[in-house]
Design a protein around this ligand. Sequence first.
Ligand code: NAP
Length: 268
Amino acid sequence: MKYNVVHRGDEISVRTKDRFHELAVRYGMTLDEQCPDIVVSIGGDGTMLQAFHQYVDRLQSTSFVGIHTGHLGFYADWNPDEVESLVRHMAEDPDALSRTVKYPLVDICITTTRGKEHHVALNEFTLKGVEGTLVAELRINDQRFEMFRGDGICISTPSGSTAYNRSLNGAILHPSLEAIQIAEMASINNRVYRTLGSSIVLPKHHHCDIIPKPGHTILLTLDHLSVQLSDLISIRSTVAEQKVSFARFRPFPFWNRVRDAFIGDIVE
Ligand code: NAP
């Protein structure tokens, strides 16, 4: 099996990476930075976002697995003490890569005065005004839905629903749902301006266009990446055709991860 490691660079992640490489040699795995079958992310969920974007052009043939070197992550659910067990699963189980879970992504088509570009995000993309309030029209399936005024708009994937979306009081979605969620950031609501005020979930065959007021500079974030655009015309978002594959060498149900990350021990 061909593998590569992406790590956070802190002391414990570097140590875990070195140990992983040692064991990989011992178990006959091949390091391949260009075309890995599997990418091991060592760090946190943020490290998995970096690994995902590094290999975003190979989603058809690369799976991901995460080791957390801090707190339990949503994408990083192995701990450093389990590295040998993980390497053994990877090297010795011939069906290892057929047992993956596939999570939906959000596809965005950015139209600027320079043309169109497509990108996918694992967690979410957000739009914010740089000089102040974001003013943008929201259209759903080509019908005008609302005029948004506020700090920004966040459109997340189901697996990203536990990240930024959760801080915006969006719902947590199970990643088996092929959907995207639109959440508002501090919308202005009064007698003059009105937005829905709650987050909404769109199914796979729907799309949402965001058309910012012309002449404003917009901050676009895509997971951990960001760019300022002064010539943005619109952004269309849909559930992406591609999915991301996570190798599952053992069960760890999503709702258990939600409970362990956000609730912890239950006191009777
Ligand atoms: P960061 O600001 O250094 O870390 C953001 C936090 O979000 C980290 O604790 C990270 O976990 C956690 N996280 C990332 N993906 C998650 C997921 N799917 N479910 C639950 N928690 C998740 O930024 P970063 O590490 O570069 O990550 C970028 C992400 O930060 C964005 O995609 C966005 O979701 C999130 N973010 C959240 C807010 C907010 O909640 N107000 C604001 C900006 C950005 P680890 O510690 O395990 O890496």
